[in-house]
Design a protein. Sequence first.
Length: 118
Amino acid sequence: MTIFKERLGEEYLTTAEVKELLSEVEHERAADEERELPYELARSIEHVNRFAVLESEESRELVEELLELEKVDEATAFKITELLPRSRDELRAVYAQERYTLDGDELDEILNVVAKYA
């Protein structure tokens, strides 16, 4: 007998938003002395603490601003927000798997938005 789980929903989160959520979980676990922090959770908390550059509100603002641009879809906006590319080459790497390429002006437009937050 196989048990299948139904996917109820899906949403993208930035590392900063995950950091806030995991911080709440960590504080709940710390308040209860009987509950131990599992290894995976501890590693996840360590990861977001190391790599979350922006604050939650800033990262969400950056995503919203990127979504206003023509060639940026939701998944790419979140990827750009996580990586904060500083050069055309770094940004091209984000778009490497897409079926289209961006010209220099489009790349610069995205980089100018990212530069406001980085």
